[in-house]
Design a protein. Structure first.
Lengths: 223, 91
């Protein structure tokens, strides 16, 4: 994993350097014009959140049912990345909303559920930090339930009346002039975000591994 | 100090969010006009929001990388201190 870190960072950094050029050259969306370009980082941030949710959910389940300490460390690292990327998704969405809807925030289904998702994973991190002995198992359960909210967050725009565009807006964009180029740029940015996610996961795992080593050293010192 | 202030701030935030959520709609929301249908003079410029979003991303990532680097540094320092103590105790 550690050997992958440097190549991943280099490729992700190159993609993030090129991303603004690709975004600037992408065609304007016909109704929102310039501010729609927030989408090129907003949507990929939620793709990274989804990757984090899946990783955290699976790792938490493996830890709970198999007792794998490594899975626990992966779950903890992923949960922190979910908080970071979801924070960016919420803030970038709010900035976009201020221009497009005239308000910073609406308590509609999608936005409220995204906010609750953020709170669940903040809770996960707080439980791990202050929960005392056994907190890892409690946090793992939170990780599984937190990951289970992902489909509800995604489908909320279809199931409830909301100011946020429906999921079908994605496919409708492809049929617009320049839609293919727009989607090409979106998936390019999504690729950059996923590489960044993996690189950060490796860095965060290094911290978790070191903490595990130090716990071992303390235990050895006590014996 | 920060250990005392942080729980208070988090509690206030958690209490304030539901209170804000249940605010009755303001007069402005009653007479809703889509933002893109406002006269050009009343529309907000898009560039500050766009630049703000990308700047926030850059700032957030740099801050997060700094926190990881700082935490790894602290743990490594703690490991070195433990090793020094172990060697000192062994003499």
């Amino acid at each position: 994993m550690k050997a992958l870190f440097v190549p991943l960072v280099v490729v992700a950094a190159a993609m993030f350097v090129y991303a603004p050029i690709a975004i600037a050259n992408a065609p304007y969306e016909s109704t929102m014009l310039l501010v729609q370009k927030v989408f090129y980082f907003h949507f990929p941030a939620w793709i990274a959140v989804t990757a984090g949710l899946v990783t955290c959910g699976v790792a938490s389940a493996v830890y709970l049912f198999k007792g794998s300490a490594r899975a626990d460390r992966i779950g903890a690292a992923s949960a922190e990345l979910v908080v970071i990327f979801a924070l960016f998704g919420i803030v970038s969405g709010s900035l976009w909303a201020r221009k497009a809807w005239g308000v910073w925030w609406q308590w509609d289904a999608r936005l409220t559920m995204a906010f609750l998702l953020e709170l669940i994973f903040c809770g996960y991190l707080l439980v791990r930090k202050f929960g005392g002995p056994g907190a890892e198992k409690l946090a793992a359960a939170m990780g599984i339930f937190g990951a289970a909210t992902a489909p509800f967050v995604y489908k909320s725009v279809d199931w409830w009346r909301t100011v946020h565009p429906k999921t079908s807006v994605m496919t409708s964009l492809t049929s617009t002039p320049g839609g293919t180029i727009m989607w090409g740029v979106v998936w390019f940015c999504a690729g950059a975000f996923l590489l960044l996610y993996v690189a950060l996961l490796i860095a965060r795992m290094r911290l978790q591994d070191l903490r595990a080593q130090i716990d071992q050293l303390y235990l050895a010192a006590e014996d | 100090m920060s250990k005392r202030v942080a729980p208070i701030l988090v509690s206030l935030f958690l209490l304030a969010a539901p209170l804000l959520a249940q605010q009755p709609p303001s007069a402005a929301q009653d007479g809703f006009v889509p933002a893109n249908e406002l006269p050009p003079g009343q529309q907000l410029p898009a560039a500050p929001f766009l630049i703000g979003a990308y700047a926030f991303f850059l700032g957030l990532m740099l801050f997060y990388l700094w926190t990881i680097w700082r935490r790894i540094g602290k743990v490594e320092e703690e490991m070195r201190a433990l090793e020094r103590r172990a060697h000192g105790g062994g003499r």
